[in-house]
Design a protein around this ligand. Structure first.
Ligand code: F6P
Length: 326
C-alpha cells in the first residue's frame, strides 16, 4: 500500500458520549493536513454495504456537544467472516480509502486488527467505550461522561433511600469490567461496590453484610457491576430479601441512560486530542495501533496489547471505598 491520500472513519460497537467529538477531530485534522476524508455509516456494516459519504469540515459542524454518533454504529456479525471482510475491502478500494480510523471498544478494535493484517491496510483505533476496559489508556472516550451520569442518578437515589431507610442495589454497565462500578461508588459515597474483578475472592455481599453495614447508617447504596453470570443487582437483592428479611431492599438498573448525554469537557478534550493524534500516527506511517493517553501523554499501543483485556483495577481504590464507607 502506497502513501495514504484518503482516510475512512467509522464508529463501531456500543456508542459512547464523545464519539462525535472524535469524528470531528479526525475529520478536521485530516483535512487540515491535506487528506481526503470519507465517513462510513453503521460501523463495519456500512463498510460492507457501501454506506460511505465524502466528509468536509461542515459535515462535522455543531456536533462536539452531542452524545451518540452521527455516523451511527453497529455490531457487525458479517465482518467477523472472511467473506464480509472481503466485501469491506472491495468497497474501500472502490471508494479509494487507503487508511481507516476506527472508534470503538474491544470488539471493534479486534475487527480492525484482523482487517488491517489481512489486507495490509493502515488501521488506527481510538478507544471509544463507556466501560474504560482497554489496556494502554488511562481513560476511554465516554467513560467520564458515563461516570458523571451515574453519580447524578445515584445522588437522586440517595435522597429517596435516606427518606425511607432503604438498602438500594444500583446496577451499572461495564460488561466484564468494574471501573464504572468502583469509581462511581467512590464518587457517590456509596457503601460498597460489587465488581467482577473481586469475584474470585470472598463473597462480596457476605463481606458487606458482615462489616455491619447498618451499624452507623440507616440507608445504604451498593453499586453492582452488571453481570449476566451472577445475575447483577436483582440477584443480590433477592439474596438479601431471603437471608436478611429485616432490610427494606430496592433495585435500580441504570441501563442505557449511561450511554447517552452531552459529553463532559474531559471527554471532549480527550476525543479531540486522540483524533488529532490518530492523523499524526497515519502521517508517521503507524498501523495496527490504538492511540491512548497515559499520564496526560499521547501513546501508541499495539492492538494486540490494547484488546487483551488485562487492564487491571487499581486495588487501592477498593480500600479507599472501604475506609470511607464506615
Ligand atoms: O460496551 C458498552 C456497553 O454499554 C456495556 O457496558 C454493556 O454491557 C453493553 O455495551 C450493552 O450493549 P447493548 O447496547 O448492545 O445492549
Amino acid at each position: 500500500m502506497g502513501t495514504v491520500k484518503c482516510i475512512g472513519i467509522l464508529t463501531s460497537g456500543g456508542d459512547a458520549p464523545g464519539m462525535n467529538a472524535a469524528i470531528r477531530a479526525v475529520t478536521r485534522s485530516a483535512i487540515y493536513n491535506g487528506f481526503q476524508v470519507k465517513g462510513i455509516y453503521r460501523g463495519y456494516e456500512g463498510l460492507i454495504t457501501g454506506e460511505i459519504e465524502d466528509f468536509k469540515t461542515q459535515n462535522v459542524s455543531n456536533i462536539i456537544q452531542q452524545g451518540g454518533t452521527i455516523l451511527k454504529t453497529a455490531r457487525s456479525k458479517e465482518f467477523k467472516t472472511p467473506e464480509g471482510r472481503q466485501k469491506a475491502f472491495e468497497n474501500m478500494q472502490k471508494e479509494g480509502i487507503d487508511a481507516l480510523v476506527v472508534i470503538g471498544g474491544d470488539g471493534s478494535l479486534t475487527g480492525a486488527r484482523i482487517f488491517g493484517e489481512e489486507f495490509n491496510i493502515p488501521c488506527i483505533g481510538l478507544p471509544g467505550t463507556i466501560d474504560n476496559d482497554l489496556y494502554g489508556t488511562d481513560s476511554t472516550i465516554g467513560y467520564d461522561t458515563a461516570m458523571n451520569t451515574i453519580i447524578e442518578c445515584v445522588d437522586k437515589i440517595r435522597d429517596t433511600a435516606t427518606s425511607h431507610d432503604r438498602l438500594f442495589f444500583v446496577e451499572v454497565m461495564g460488561r466484564d469490567a468494574g471501573f464504572l462500578a468502583l469509581n462511581s461508588a467512590i464518587a457517590s459515597g456509596a457503601e460498597a461496590a460489587i465488581i467482577p474483578e473481586d469475584r474470585t475472592d470472598a463473597d462480596q455481599l457476605e463481606e458487606f453484610i458482615n462489616r455491619g453495614f447498618r451499624k452507623t447508617k440507616k440507608s445504604s447504596i451498593v453499586i453492582v457491576a452488571e453481570s449476566p453470570k451472577d445475575g447483577g443487582a436483582m440477584h443480590y437483592a433477592e439474596r438479601v430479601k431471603n437471608e436478611y428479611p429485616q432490610y427494606d431492599v430496592r433495585v435500580t438498573i441504570l441501563g442505557h441512560i449511561q450511554r447517552g448525554g452531552r459529553p463532559t469537557a474531559h471527554d471532549r478534550i480527550l476525543a479531540s486530542r486522540l483524533g488529532c493524534a490518530a492523523i499524526e500516527a497515519i502521517m508517521e506511517g503507524q498501523r495496527n495501533i490504538m492511540v491512548g493517553i497515559q499520564n496526560n501523554t499521547i501513546v501508541y499501543v499495539p492492538f494486540i496489547k490494547a484488546i487483551k483485556n488485562d487492564k487491571t483495577i487499581d486495588r487501592s481504590l477498593i480500600r479507599v471505598l472501604d475506609e470511607l464507607s464506615i
